[in-house]
Design a protein around this ligand. Structure first.
Ligand code: HEM
Length: 558
């Protein structure tokens, strides 16, 4: 029920109470005052007092009602005059939360696509206290999300809970600074410690694949081939990133890491648009910490930040960062010292230890959930599309000899593998609503005014499922990414890594990891549906990312 309706109901109750009270009071008074002296009427004075109080309550409520009506009219009918993007009727206080939840609370990006059919490809809605704009078409995203004024991230007090109430890290870094410094630093470091040396990246990935293949073979033996895919690739995918960042990897069964990745996952899942009320009403997180999931998120932030801090302390104790930095963390520590020397201890310093911890946390989130979910989605689609799996295996068998790992040359020749990954990106749309953007100043999108600070959502799922372009968007069909001669053909409308300056920083890492993992898995295994079980569902779990639900496969070694 909206705020307006609640006030109205309250008002009606008070009014009815008042009428009831006056009627009872009059009938008692007429009966008793007729029989007794005036002193017997003292309780009637009290009753008069109550009636007066109810009158005052009435007046206040009428005032409140009028105020809400003005807010309602202002929000809805003055929008057009202010040149703001159109949108559904918006109620005071809750805005459009209920309508969106009503259309589709589990997959809000689908609700946005439905609303776009009514209000157009740029529409606005009120997410509680947050004014938001959804961009729903490829052309508009391509035109606007590249612009500097669309390159900030939306950030509020709730998100700041993870970062000691400051704006830290790279994912939510303020545009243009310190984002620019942090992005430049991260790209340079990732290049120095692996991305620039393909053979080193390959060797990191191959270490992981060796473990994944042998673990899966062992598990298949122990369970008659039935294997559960539930975050199966998370630690492994994280290791690929972590080896660049921290120069180390973890055992896939490492209990601390498994607990941390699970905590991150729970925390990210509790950030679903539908149940993430603190995003819409940041102040609620303190009033109802358990109900809003804030307690879980705080616990996760505390534990993970301590974990990263311990790692940083060890590197500081070791001290190699001063002479010959070995990884991104070392290089960051070096920058901290350098900045301290040049500028002294200043609150404005970009390179600080807290900043480093949140940068690590950002890479941890970005490195674990994304690539691993994409792989899990890919296996799920292969189960459902055995012909695609057969074509993949034929291509790999013809190019990569058995027992041989992929090298640089193979990467570009595996056209069907690349097409299958592209189709997985399209179907899965791991970030269905991108990562929150915000505008840095009052600006325009199309003919509509977007006020400074507006929360901007790019509906990536919508552009990846636009029927007029993809024709059969719900079918898993890698062939759409092949040309007539069977060569991989990228499509400009496939945008899993986002747009412009804020596009994914880890794209080359993710792309390389995915191609090696898929090819090696296809070399070694065939994934089939479990007989007598229904095919696993394509319905996702939507948090910050879109994850497949836990599923089982019958895995056969090749
Ligand atoms: C399949 C894998 C991945 C997908 C689909 C993906 C997708 C995305 C998307 C959509 C964004 C937001 C882009 C925008 O606002 O336009 C993003 C940002 C980002 N991603 Fe990824 N990502 C993946 C893997 C990774 C990996 C492995 C890393 C770490 C090495 C990473 C690091 C980041 C960072 C740091 C940002 C923030 C960039 C910024 O704000 O400047 N991502 N990613």
């Amino acid at each position: 029920m909206s705020e307006l309706q609640s006030v109205y109901s309250f008002f009606t109750i008070i009014r009815n109470l008042q009428i009831l009270f006056m009627k009872t009071h009059q009938s008692v008074r007429s009966r008793r005052c007729n029989q007794a002296s005036i002193s017997f009427c003292v309780p009637h004075q009290f009753a008069n007092y109550i009636v007066k109080m109810l009158d005052i309550a009435n007046t206040i409520l009428v005032g409140l009602l009028l105020l809400l009506l003005i807010v309602f009219l202002n929000e809805n009918f003055l929008k057009a005059r202010k040149n703001l993007a159109p949108g559904p009727l918006c109620f005071p206080f809750l805005g459009n939360l209920i309508q969106i939840a009503w259309i589709n609370s589990k997959e809000p990006h689908l609700a946005f696509s439905r609303l776009a059919e009514v209000y157009g490809n740029i529409f606005s809605f009120q997410m509680g206290s947050v004014y938001s704009v959804v961009i729903n078409s490829f052309e508009l995203m391509e035109e606007y999300l590249h612009k500097p004024e669309f390159s900030d991230r939306y950030f509020n007090a709730w998100l700041a809970e993870r970062t000691w109430h400051k704006r830290l890290g790279i994912i939510f870094a303020k545009y243009p600074e310190p984002w620019h410094q942090l992005r430049r630093f991260s790209l340079r470091s990732l290049k120095d410690f692996g991305l620039g040396k393909r053979s080193r990246m390959h060797s990191n990935i191959h270490d992981e694949l060796f473990d994944i293949v042998s673990e899966l073979k062992r598990s298949v033996k122990e369970t008659n081939g039935i294997h559960s895919f539930d975050d199966y690739f998370t630690v492994s995918a994280l290791n690929v990133v972590w080896s660049l960042l921290a120069g180390r990897r973890y055992e896939h069964s490492d209990p601390t890491l498994l607990r941390l990745t699970k905590m991150f996952k729970d925390s990210l899942e509790s950030c679903n648009f539908g149940n993430s009320l603190p995003f819409a009403f940041p102040e609620w997180r303190n009033w109802f910490p358990d109900w809003t999931g804030m307690s879980t998120q705080r616990r996760c932030a505390k534990e993970t930040n301590t974990f990263f801090q311990e790692f940083v302390d060890k590197r500081k104790m070791l001290g190699v960062y001063k002479i010959r930095p070995e990884n991104l963390v070392d290089e960051f520590l070096y920058e901290i010292d350098k900045q301290m020397e040049e500028l002294g201890a200043d609150d404005e310093n970009v390179f600080t230890e807290q900043q480093l911890i949140i940068v690590m946390s950002d890479f941890f989130i970005a490195g674990s959930e994304t690539t691993s979910n994409t792989l899990a989605w890919c296996i799920l689609h292969l189960l459902r599309n055995p012909k695609v799996q057969e074509k993949l295996q034929n291509e790999i068998d013809s190019l990569v000899p058995k027992e041989t790992l992929l090298d640089v040359e193979h990467e570009s020749k595996l056209h069907y593998v690349r097409a299958t990954l592209a189709e997985t990106h399209r179907m899965a749309s791991i970030f269905p609503m991108m990562v929150p953007r915000a505008v840095t100043k009052d600006t325009f999108c199309g003919k509509f005014l977007i006020p400074k600070g507006t929360y901007v959502i790019g509906n990536l799922h919508a552009i990846h499922h636009e029927r007029s372009y993809w024709k059969d968007p719900d079918n898993f069909r890698p062939e759409r990414f092949l040309d007539e001669s069977g060569k991989f053909r990228s499509d400009p409308r496939l945008k899993p890594f986002g747009f412009g300056k804020r596009a994914c920083l880890g794209e080359p890492i993710a792309a390389m990891t995915l191609i090696h993992y898929l090819a090696t898995l296809m070399q070694n295994f065939t994934f089939l549906p479990v007989p007598s079980q229904p095919l696993p569902t394509l319905s996702p779990i939507i948090g910050v990312t879109s994850a497949p639900r836990k599923f089982q496969a019958l895995v056969k070694c090749r």
